[in-house]
Ligand binder design. Structure first.
Ligand code: ARG
Length: 461
């Protein structure tokens, strides 16, 4: 056969090598964009009709044909062909097969370069719209858990050493803050990317009297992109999304690390229900926290995907380069991974059983109220540095005796400072320590309840 039968084959003397066809196809992964591709094509065709580039009956045939193709794909009856390279040409070729010449007119005033940029923006937008409710479920689960455990004492850590008592509820609200920032990053990314690329065509715009604002309005974009060269080459929105997704996973990975530690018998702070754990094929006693471990592991993949996109872009001159086709596997993998991790956490968080006795015992073990004793002395007039020293000696003494500072007698305590009186005990118990941290943002049960009330009042519906 002479020539080349591709949609773009006119200037070619021979057909594409089978190896190159296989090497360069993207339909095996970009078929996932079919809904956005069809929506973009319908809007483009309608606009071409409005401005008089396409006849009304052609527009009708194109829109009807695209709807029929959508139904074929969703019913699993569409035959994707690698010979047709990508999602765009598969759908366009099928359209022409179904409706004849009108199908060949669809690509007027458009290029696959602005087409794929449009599809991808629509896709990332849809993905974000799907992730926000998942994030809300995770954040709401944390709020409920925080409420359940607003009074539960646990050790707060710095350097993973027992530092000061905190409430379990306070710790859950800390996790929730991370998720709220993640949410706002996605909203921000969506807002910045919600501009229509179509009309940039290959790179320089098109000779037809197109109405980009009409297409933007049809597709729910807030406006149109500014510069055609930038438009076809820009993948910032995909990078921003993958960056926001990486941070989501970094947060879930940190929670995972804590849950893994907390569920070992040495901590024993939580019990993860059996349905989120698996056993060992050799050690019958084992119950492993696989879900958090996998989330922690998958975080590496998602950070790797972000890196792949950054490196993909760093050497590209303007405008479109075929390199960009490589943006999709990392992007899609990120979407799948972040969705799956959020979904499993949304289910698991409300099911976390807190082992309050163990949390309390751990907080009581580590001299976690030593700062409260120092603050007590400061209140009685001792400079903080001196108080710090006095309490250091008291802790060393209690450690040697094998008890907590709250278990020392008044006489013993007064050896370290005569300023100490019986009222000290109310301050250096776990409850006393918690209750004293009673200002906006602090850990007392009353403040945790206040934070929960504020969260419920301002919760995005
Ligand atoms: N499959 C291509 C991509 O994902 C579509 C754009 C191809 N454009 C081109 N001029 N070859 O980027």
């Amino acid at each position: 056969m002479s020539g080349n039968q591709k949609l773009w084959g006119g200037r070619f003397a021979e057909s594409t090598s089978a190896l190159v066809e296989k090497f360069s196809e993207s339909v095996s992964f970009d078929a996932r964009l079919y809904r956005q591709d069809i929506a973009g094509s319908k809007a483009h065709a309608r606009m071409l009709g409005k401005v008089g580039v396409l006849a009304a009956d052609d527009v009708e045939r194109i829109v009807g044909g695209l709807d029929a193709i959508l139904a074929e794909i969703e019913a699993g009856r569409f035959e994707w062909s690698e010979k047709l390279e990508d999602v765009h040409m598969n759908i366009e070729a099928r359209l022409t097969e179904r409706i004849g010449d009108a199908g060949k007119r669809l690509h007027t005033g458009r290029s696959r370069n602005d087409q794929v940029a449009t599809d991808l923006r629509l896709y990332v937008r849809d993905v974000i719209d799907g992730l926000l409710p998942l994030i809300d479920r995770v954040a709401d689960g944390l709020l409920d858990l925080a409420e359940r455990e607003a009074d539960s004492v646990m050790p707060g850590f710095t350097h993973l050493q027992i530092a000061q008592p905190v409430t379990f509820g306070h710790h859950m609200l800390a996790w929730r803050e991370q998720m709220l920032r993640d949410r706002s990053r996605l909203v921000d990314c969506r807002r910045r990317m919600n501009l229509l690329p179509l009309g940039a065509a290959a790179l320089a715009g098109t000779v037809y009297p197109i109405d980009r604002h009409d297409v933007a309005a049809q597709l729910g974009f807030d406006g149109v992109t500014e510069n055609s060269l930038d438009t076809v080459s820009d993948r910032d929105f995909a990078i921003e999304f993958c960056s926001a997704a990486s941070l989501i996973l970094v947060h879930l990975s940190r929670w995972s690390e804590e849950l893994i530690l907390w569920s070992t018998p040495m901590f024993g702070f939580v019990n993860l229900p059996d349905r989120f754990c698996t056993g060992s094929s050799i050690m019958p006693q084992k119950k492993n926290p696989d879900v958090p471990e996998l989330v922690r592991g998958k975080t590496g993949r998602v950070i790797g995907n972000l890196n792949a996109l950054l490196v993909l872009m760093k050497g590209q001159p303007l405008a479109y380069n075929r390199d960009n086709q490589e943006d999709k596997p990392p992007l899609f993998d990120t979407v799948d991974t972040v969705s799956a991790c959020l979904a499993v956490y949304a289910d698991m968080i409300p099911a976390i059983e807190v082992r309050r006795d163990n949390c309390r015992a751990a907080a009581a073990r580590g001299f976690s109220t030593a700062t409260d004793l120092a603050d007590y002395l400061v209140n009685r007039g001792l400079p903080f540095r001196d108080a710090h020293h006095v309490v250091g000696s008291t802790v060393a003494y209690a450690q040697q005796k094998g008890c907590d500072i709250a278990q020392l007698s008044l006489d013993e305590l007064r050896k370290f400072s005569p300023m100490i009186d019986t009222d000290v005990y109310a301050k250096i118990t776990l409850e006393g320590s918690l209750a004293a941290r009673n200002h906006y943002g602090a850990t007392s049960p009353a403040q945790v309840r206040a934070a929960i009330a504020r969260a419920r009042a301002t919760r995005t519906p």
